[in-house]
Design a binder for this molecule. Structure first.
Ligand SMILES: [Zn+2]
Length: 442
């Protein structure tokens, strides 16, 4: 389950409520459904005001393909999501567009001015695939800001904190005790040795921290004497130094500290700057601390668990057992390319000018009530519209063709696809409920 967001009649965010309370409010007519994603109800009265709402903290673990989101109030997780980005898809689309333009220029047509090397990149420019990741996350921060009393943000910014790791004395008790420092050190080593065994190059195997000059031979615990080795290599090396083991290059590489710039992730820093524009305080954490918190709280490795464990503000206990994350996938807003080409770049089809067909468009979530035939039944699915009136929806994981007259829109396309986890479906009020309410959120 997930907590249900509540806004009052003036759309002022209230404390999120347990789904049972939301159901009571809906069935007694004190509230109506306002948004389906994230599921929000709107009270018919003025709420208690923002002063009575307990501030929530949104924690973000940005990833290359998937970003984890977790919303905490005190030590309780109220809502979680996993946001899957478009990444490579954007690059592929831009490549395709480039190919179409190139082919057009080469054909015997009127002269078209070149459209490359004619634009300057502004400061802080990000490749479109990365920019879209940052924009996806900002969109969701803004959406949550509108429906819940958001007071602070936490973001994982870097993999490890070099300064804290190298100078344990500047960072207080926690680092000196070493548990957290160990996690930071491990992240540093993974980055420095590219997640491979330094001796045989093995990847995707358990790696151990290994002393280049063994401790028994007077080697120190400093990171400059540490590397990563797979279990067989570590055992085979025994009490030899790396040079004696036949790998003098490991000794040489270990002396070079990892350049700070090498570990800087542009997209994460761009996200950090963008989050600051929300005006909310942004706490930043390291990957080492996230792992430390996650193992301390005995959480499994999922994106939203990682998000819940980001930052020093993570409480000592977390109440999250009943949470089902909402799975969100960025889908984009369709294409403006009217001409479809075959694999060789020849135009083969032209798309209609308008996106809307019979009042619906691709990406809407529809409820299809099919009275007879192969697909008889009631289905809720994302739709792909066709001018013929035969729309594609997904039934039992397969594409099915359903006529538009059986479809009613529940949710307008907003660039994201939502996986209707079982929990989210049960949150939707029963059909007997105020028939006017579903239109409220369109
Ligand atoms: Zn090895």
């Amino acid at each position: 389950m997930q907590y249900v967001f509540v806004v009052d009649t003036n759309k002022v965010p209230q404390n999120p409520v347990h789904p049972a309370s939301a159901r009571r409010l809906l069935s007694s007519g004190q509230a109506a459904v306002w948004r389906r994603y994230p599921f929000t109800i709107i009270l018919k009265t003025v709420g208690l005001g923002p002063l009575f709402a307990q501030p929530c903290r949104l924690k973000i673990d940005p990833g290359a393909t998937t970003t984890g989101l977790a919303l905490l109030q005190g030590n309780r997780v109220l809502w979680a999501a996993e946001l899957t980005h478009r990444g490579q898809r954007i690059k592929a689309l831009l490549d395709a567009r480039r190919a179409v333009r190139r082919s057009r220029r080469q054909r015997k047509t009127r002269y078209r001015a070149r459209r490359f090397l004619n634009r300057a990149r502004p400061d802080g420019w990000l490749p479109p695939s990365l920019a879209s990741r940052v924009a996806n996350i900002l969109t969701w921060v803004r959406r949550l800001e509108r429906v819940c009393p958001l007071g602070a943000l936490s973001q994982e910014l870097v993999r490890f904190d070099t300064q804290l790791m190298q100078n344990p004395e500047i960072s207080g008790v926690e680092y000196q005790r070493g548990t957290l420092a160990g996690f930071e050190r491990r992240e540093y080593l993974l980055e420095k040795w590219h997640r491979t065994c330094a001796y045989c190059g093995a990847q995707q195997v358990p790696l151990e921290e290994e002393h280049i000059i063994p401790k028994s031979r007077g080697g120190s615990d400093r990171v400059s004497n540490l590397t990563l080795a797979c279990v067989p290599c570590n055992q085979q090396k025994g009490t030899q130094t790396a040079a004696e083991f036949g790998h003098p290059e490991v000794q040489a590489q270990a002396k070079r500290p990892l350049q700070a710039a090498a570990a800087v992730n542009t997209a994460r820093w761009a996200l950090y700057r963008v989050l600051q524009t929300t005006g909310l305080p942004v706490e930043v954490g390291t990957g080492g601390r996230t792992k430390y918190n996650r193992s301390r709280l005995h959480l499994s490795k999922t994106h939203w668990h990682d998000a819940a464990a980001v930052g020093a503000s993570t409480p000592d206990t977390l109440r999250l057992r009943h949470i089902t994350p909402l799975l969100i996938t960025a889908m984009g807003h369709g294409t403006r390319q009217r001409c479809r080409t075959n694999a060789s770049g020849f135009p083969i089809a032209h798309r209609a000018r308008q996106k809307r067909v019979f009042g619906m468009q691709t990406g809407d979530v529809v409820k299809a009530i099919v009275p007879k035939g192969k697909y008889v039944g009631t289905w809720i699915s994302r739709v792909v519209v066709k001018a013929s009136g035969w729309f594609d929806i997904v039934i039992h994981g397969k594409k099915a063709s359903v006529h538009q007259q059986h479809c009613a829109r529940l949710w307008a396309a907003d660039g994201y696809q939502y996986t209707l986890a079982a929990a989210a479906a049960t949150l939707f009020p029963p059909r007997t409920q105020s028939p006017g309410s579903p239109q409220r959120f369109l």
